[in-house]
Design a protein around this ligand. Structure first.
Ligand code: GDP
Length: 320
């Protein structure tokens, strides 16, 4: 039997119902919730000659409709066409910005070369480069393998570093290393739906059959989509931010005199560089101010002498 006093105590105890997770195991959930609330963003720059199939490919990837505004194939210069889409898949929002080159290859002119150099500066990639072969339905299987090796050899011999799918994460290492072997991806873009058996599929209808965009035996479209939008999206963004942007920022700062090592090859802190620059600027201002003062005083003296001369002449002429 339970003594009376202790039963009363038990009745006073407040029972708390558990909310599932507690403690720091909740941290990942907080991050997931925050990311979902903020939404994600992803930027793609699609470079290639006019008519190569860029807009069609982007539309096929994201189910968008950018080809409505068709671009002329005879442009005098190269422009960047920027399109932003707000996409949603279940409760995940994605702000997609697609930049395509318009007029590239119409005339191999200065702007075209500039755009190429912005992406690849002396072999140092400033963006993640994923090489593609467009309109892969127009090349035979054997020729495609030769073409792929030729492109890879040219990239290597020109010292152009392309993006490598990461192999340091156990969960994706195998698929990523196999995908690295498939580069450049040979893709086909198409918004048309064709009947194959009982199903409607995205594909190009030819007199001899249908090229199914999402059939891995027909082209590498699914590989590209998985790598870009499923397996490595976050890694692509991370590399852009920590490697390419950092490299760009450092180059720009170096151009205006901010280096991160001193004359003795010792690393300098940003604060130190800032203080040195501030001192240099202050001293330059003082020098210029002194120079101005000096010039001003000289002009004043010259004027005074001229006045005195004029005064003298005036008094002489009044005496006469
Ligand atoms: P962009 O100028 O690079 O944006 O090229 P478009 O996307 O406007 O495509 C130019 C033409 O190529 C259009 O007639 C498309 O239907 C066609 N096209 C696009 N992708 C493919 C493809 O994968 N295979 C084939 N055979 N034609 C394609």
């Amino acid at each position: 039997e339970v003594p009376r006093g202790s039963r009363q105590k038990e009745e006073n105890i407040r029972c708390l119902t558990m909310l599932g997770h507690f403690g720091f195991e909740c941290l990942p959930h907080q991050l997931v919730n925050k990311s979902i609330q903020q939404g994600f963003s992803f930027n793609i720059l699609c470079v290639g000659e006019t008519g190569l199939g860029k807009s069609t490919l982007i539309d096929t990837l994201f189910n968008t409709n950018s080809r409505e505004k068709k671009s002329s194939h005879f442009r005098p210069n190269v422009e960047l066409k920027i399109q932003t889409y707000q996409l949603q898949e279940s409760n995940v929002q994605l702000k997609l910005t697609v930049v395509t080159t318009v007029g590239y290859g119409d005339q191999m002119n200065k702007e075209a070369r500039d755009i190429l150099h912005k992406g690849v500066g002396k072999g140092v990639a400033m963006v993640n480069i994923i090489p593609l072969i467009a309109k892969a339905d127009t090349i035979s299987k054997n020729d495609l393998q030769t073409f792929k090796s030729k492109i890879m050899n040219e990239l290597i011999s020109n010292g152009i570093q392309i993006y490598q799918f990461p192999t340091d994460d156990k969960t994706t290492a195998q698929v990523n290393s196999s995908m690295n072997e498939h580069l450049p991806f040979a893709v086909v873009g198409c918004m048309d739906e064709v009947k194959v058996g009982k199903r409607m599929v995205r594909g190009r209808l030819y007199p001899w059959g249908v090229l199914q965009v999402e059939n891995e035996n027909h082209c590498d479209f699914v590989k590209l989509r998985d790598m870009l939008l499923c397996t490595n999206t976050e890694h692509l963004k991370e590399v852009t931010h920590t490697k390419h942007y950092e490299c760009y920022r450092r180059c720009r700062l170096q151009k205006i005199g901010f280096t991160d090592v001193g004359p003795d090859n010792q690393p300098l802190s940003f604060q130190e560089i800032y203080e040195t620059k501030r001192k240099e600027f202050h001293e330059q201002c003082q020098r210029e101010e002194e120079e101005l003062k000096h010039k001003f005083m000289q002009r004043v003296m010259e004027k005074e002498i001229a006045f005195k001369e004029a005064e003298k002449e005036a008094s002489i002429s009044s005496l006469i």
